[in-house]
Design a protein around this ligand. Structure first.
Ligand SMILES: C[S@@+](CC[C@H](N)C(=O)[O-])C[C@H]1O[C@@H](n2cnc3c(N)ncnc32)[C@H](O)[C@@H]1O
Length: 311
């Protein structure tokens, strides 16, 4: 349900003068088709209400329940897409695994030189497949990661080769899993035989130590609880490096969408507490939990000249 809600916010931005360029236009039709089954009311509204009214109502609701979320999500996706394309184009990773792919159609942005595997809950994936193609070939890997491992699911996926250099994307996923499950995902990633990279969004605990977007109002906490989609795992920025290092992942950058807000023209600047992390797997013999920690972590958002169009 939340996968469909967040993907639907990209539709709101398609003609936004400030943030519209962050949306990959190749994905919009497929998003529109795929959210109609999980959110029939939104489908009805898209077909029957004037677009300007619908857009104003949706952005008004966003201000009430989770101010700044739409801009945060668009910037998060921009950062993740940029890191993913760098992994494919600059670092030569030719396998992409989108873990918890949802309905955002990130696959549509990935060059054809890479093969794409979408790992997701069977129910999410079935709804997506019924909605039709996203515009490129994708291998669907249905799995509930609380019941089966990522490694086992990929071993059964036609065409997946653990020897190939692979980039894993976990956007908006890890917070829904408990700590042992997150750690099993990290362990499975670094057990691949080829080079690996991880691009993930991670929620940092708020001042009260709760794992939630720092900007969301109580009503969102309640809705997520009622939907059975509560956040469970988060990590503070200070502990990220150590947590990833325990699984042989070297933290390369930690970025926040707030860093991009000024150049993207976002008027309401707020920090959700969710960060975008890029890490690379260590090559050579595994030295789990024993290696010295690297100290060179920066933010790749700072290195981006400005928020440039996705294509
Ligand atoms: C909030 S959505 C994010 C979707 C997409 N990555 C995005 O950023 O728009 C969370 C995704 O994680 C998937 N997910 C949640 N729990 C999962 C589990 N136990 N196993 C596999 N996928 C899961 C959901 O089906 C959904 O696609």
């Amino acid at each position: 349900m939340t996968a469909a809600v967040v993907a639907a916010t990209l539709l709101l931005l398609r003609d936004d003068p400030d943030l519209g360029h962050l949306v990959d236009r190749r994905s919009l039709d497929a998003i529109d088709r795929s959210i109609r089954e999980p959110l029939p009311g939104v489908g009805w509204a898209l077909d029957h209400l004037p677009w300007s009214l619908l857009r104003r109502a949706a952005l008004g609701l966003e201000r009430i329940v989770s101010p700044g979320f739409v801009a945060h999500y668009a910037l998060r996706k921009h950062l993740i897409r940029t890191a993913l394309l760098r992994a494919v184009v600059d670092h030569g990773h030719r396998q992409v695994v989108l873990v918890g792919a949802g309905f955002d159609m990130l696959s549509a942005s990935i060059p054809d030189v890479a093969s794409v595997f979408e790992v997701d809950l069977p129910a999410t994936q079935a709804a997506k497949q019924r909605a039709g193609r996203c515009g490129r070939d994708v291998t669907f890997v249905p799995v509930d990661l609380t019941r089966a491992s990522l490694k086992a699911a990929l071993a059964d996926a036609p065409g997946f080769d653990p020897r190939h250099d692979t980039v894993f994307v976990a956007e908006g996923l890890l917070m829904y899993l408990d700590r042992p499950c997150v750690e099993s995902v990290f362990a499975d990633i670094t057990e691949m035989e080829g080079r690996v990279r991880l691009v993930a969004s991670i929620v940092t605990p708020d001042r009260g130590g709760r794992v939630r977007l720092h900007t969301q109002h109580r009503v969102v906490d309640l809705c997520m609880k009622l939907l059975g989609e509560r956040f469970q795992w988060g990590e503070s920025v200070e502990r990220l490096e150590e947590t990833l290092a325990a699984y042989d992942l070297d933290l390369e950058s930690v970025s926040s969408t707030t860093e991009l807000q000024p150049s993207a023209g976002v008027r309401e600047r707020r920090s959700t507490g969710e960060v975008i992390v890029v890490a690379s797997g260590r090559t050579g013999p595994r030295t789990r939990r024993t290696r010295e920690r690297s100290t060179s972590t920066g933010s790749f958002a700072q290195a981006l000249p400005s928020v440039v169009p996705a294509r």
